[in-house]
Write a new protein. Sequence first.
Length: 246
Amino acid sequence: MGRHIHVIGIGAGDPGYVTVQAVEALNDTQVFFAMDKGEQKSDLVALRREICTRFIREPGYRFVELPDPKRSSGGDYRDAVSEWHAARTRIWATAIATELGPDGVGAFLAWGDPSLYDSTLRILDAVAAQVDFTFDVIPGITAIQALTARHRIPLNDVGEPVLITTGRQLRSRGLSGAAVVMLDADCTFAACGADTRIWWGAYLGTGDELLVAGTVGEVGQRIVALRAEARARHGWIMDTYLLRAV
């Protein structure tokens, strides 16, 4: 049989987002690998443990927490990400080889969906060049799906496309039409026209969820303040937003 890894999308924060397919994979897993991102983000590991406690029928699994290497904040962005991925690859390869038996089943629980702005699949491809294992991917509910559901809006206008991008790309390319923006620590929406529509959400699907909607001119500064206060209180923030240019 050999070693096998499940990459399980666990949704955007609400345990109710976990699919039946994900529950089956959870119950098939012996070792869960989780990245330890420090005390400020310890609740991210705690939420993963909560999902396991809720859905695994016969406990007997264990968690292996792996130190998450720091990503360089200076220099070229792509070089910094490449170095960070390489450091993660070394850690994951060692963990899979030493913590998982030759016929063991392990899992990484990916926030949202593993295909969307998540490094798990790229790193596992690199690990597979060093350690012998197979892996599969169980899709999850994305932050985009949670955002539009909580705001009760369709993602796109009739017959129109939607760009999925990052704050860094929005800053360099600007907004045309509609865009979902992720990974934006700088509130780039504030540079958009005052009439631009925005639907913003943070900690989607959790008890700390925050939702704001309106135009950038009406609610932009409120979002900036809410985001700063929430990040200071929790030590981290995960947020995303949909923009529509007028």
